[in-house]
Ligand binder design. Structure first.
Ligand SMILES: [Zn+2]
Length: 402
C-alpha cells in the first residue's frame, strides 16, 4: 500500500461530538483535524464525506478464523445430547472441519467480511491440539501475512481440546508462540482439564517464557467460574501483567449477585484483566455497565461466525454493539455510546493497539457512515458505509473495493 508520503483531505466529516471537521491524512496518519472550512476551492483529490459520521475502524476482539464455514456450504447445526457441552461441541467441530473447504479460503472469506464492515484490527484464536498439531496456526499465519496491509491481526494459540487432557499440547502451544502467535490462550481450566492450577501454570508459564499476553476462554459459570477469574487476576497481578490479560466470555460474571459482582469488578480493574463478551444467545453474560463503572475494560467480538458452534454471526462489529446494547437494556445515549466503545476504543485498549482513534497522530483507519451521531449508528446499523485503511478506501457498503 503506497501511503508513505501521500496526503488526502476528507471534508465535512461528522465527529462523535456532532461537529463537522476536515481531516487531513499524511503518510497514513491523521496530520490535521480542523473545523470544516467549506472552502470555495477544496484541495485537489479531496473526499467530501458530506456530513457522514466518522468512527475509528472497529476492533474485532474475538474471532476464530480457522473454524468458520462462512462462504462454504451451509452446515445445519447439530445440537448437544443434553444442554451445552464444550467437549461434545469440540467433537462435532472436528467432524465438520474434515468436510469443509480449505482453511485459507474460509479464513479469507471471513476476513473480507470483517474488513467490509469496517473492522481493521482483530484478535483471532487458532486451534492447537494433538490432533491438528500446528496445521491451523501455520495456515492462519500465512493468511495473516497476505492481509497484513489491510488488517492488523493478533493470533492466540488456543488449546481447543484442553492442555492437560490433550497430550503434547503444552509443547505445541510453545511451538505456536515461537512460530508467531502473539498470545497464549486457555480453556475452562476447571471443567475441561479439572485442574485449575495445572492449567494456569502452563498458560502463565508460557506467557512469562515467551513474553506474550493471555486470553482465556472461560465458560465455567457461577462460583466455580468466579474462582477461576480470581486465580487469573491473582496471577496477572503477581506477574505484573496488568493490561495484557483477558478473559473471554466469563459467563460466571452474569450469574453472581450484585455485591459479589461489585467485588469482582474491583478485582478485575485492579489487576488489569479485561473481559470480552459477544452477548451470546440465551446465556447470562457479564453485566457490561456495572463492570465499566468499576473501571474494567470490556471489549467485544463476534466469536463464532457460521461454524459448528452456532449458525449466527455477520462479522459486523457495529451490529455486535447493537446486540450487546439490546441485551444489556441500553436505551440512553450514553449507554449506546458505551456499546460503541466496546467495539472501538475499549477493544483497542484491550488489544494494546498503538495510534488508535480519530485524533492527530493516530492511524487513519476509519469508517464513514450515514448516521447523525453514535447512538443512531448503534441502533440503525447502517450498511451503507465506507472503510478507509491508512486513509485509503478499502471497502464500500460492506464489500471490499478490490
Ligand atoms: Zn471463542
Amino acid at each position: 500500500m503506497d501511503c508513505i508520503l501521500r496526503q488526502t483531505h476528507f471534508l465535512n466529516a461528522r465527529l462523535a461530538d456532532g461537529s463537522l471537521a476536515d481531516l487531513t491524512v499524511t503518510g497514513g496518519r491523521f496530520s490535521a483535524i480542523a473545523p470544516a472550512a467549506n472552502a470555495a476551492a477544496p484541495p485537489a483529490g479531496a473526499v467530501d464525506l458530506a456530513g457522514q459520521l466518522v468512527l475509528p475502524a472497529f476492533v474485532e476482539g474475538h474471532i476464530h478464523l480457522d473454524t468458520s464455514f462462512y462462504g462454504d456450504a451451509w452446515r445445519p447445526h447439530i445440537p448437544c445430547t443434553d444442554g451445552f457441552d464444550v467437549r461434545e461441541r469440540v467433537a462435532f467441530q472436528m467432524r465438520s472441519l474434515e468436510q469443509a473447504a480449505p482453511m485459507d479460503e474460509r479464513a479469507k472469506n471471513q476476513l473480507e467480511l470483517c474488513v467490509g464492515h469496517g473492522s481493521l484490527a482483530m484478535r483471532s484464536h487458532v486451534m492447537v491440539d494433538a490432533a491438528v498439531g500446528l496445521k491451523h496456526v501455520e495456515t492462519i499465519l500465512g493468511v495473516r501475512e497476505k492481509y497484513r496491509e489491510l488488517i492488523d491481526i493478533q493470533l492466540v494459540a488456543f488449546p481447543q481440546s484442553g492442555i492437560l487432557s490433550s497430550p503434547r499440547t503444552a509443547e505445541l502451544l510453545d511451538e505456536a508462540l515461537k512460530l508467531g502467535c502473539d498470545l497464549i490462550g486457555g480453556l475452562d481450566p476447571a471443567s475441561f482439564d479439572r485442574d485449575v492450577n495445572g492449567h494456569l501454570d502452563v498458560v502463565f508459564g508460557l506467557a512469562e517464557r515467551r513474553g506474550v499476553g493471555v486470553d482465556i476462554h472461560l465458560h465455567d459459570g457461577g462460583t466455580l467460574g468466579l474462582f477461576e477469574i480470581e486465580e487469573i487476576c491473582a496471577r496477572t497481578a503477581a506477574m505484573s501483567m496488568q493490561g495484557k490479560v483477558a478473559v473471554s466470555h466469563a459467563y460466571a460474571l452474569g450469574h453472581i449477585s450484585a455485591d459479589t459482582l461489585a467485588r469482582a469488578g474491583e478485582m478485575l480493574a485492579a489487576s488489569g484483566v479485561a473481559i470480552m463478551t459477544n452477548a451470546p444467545g440465551n446465556h447470562p453474560f457479564p453485566p457490561v455497565a456495572a463492570l465499566r463503572k468499576a473501571g474494567v475494560t470490556v471489549f467485544a467480538g463476534s466469536d463464532n461466525i457460521r461454524d459448528s458452534w452456532w449458525p449466527y454471526g455477520d462479522g459486523d462489529m457495529l451490529n455486535r454493539a447493537n446486540m450487546i446494547g439490546y441485551r444489556s437494556g441500553f436505551y440512553e445515549d450514553r449507554e449506546l455510546e458505551a456499546a460503541c466503545d466496546l467495539v472501538s476504543h475499549a477493544g483497542a485498549k484491550a488489544l494494546g493497539l498503538e495510534g488508535y482513534g480519530i485524533a492527530v497522530g493516530a492511524k487513519a483507519d476509519f469508517v464513514a457512515l450515514k448516521a447523525e451521531h453514535v447512538p443512531e449508528a448503534v441502533v440503525a446499523v447502517p450498511r451503507e458505509r465506507t472503510v478507509f485503511r491508512r486513509g485509503m478506501l478499502v471497502a464500500r457498503d460492506s464489500r471490499m473495493t478490490s
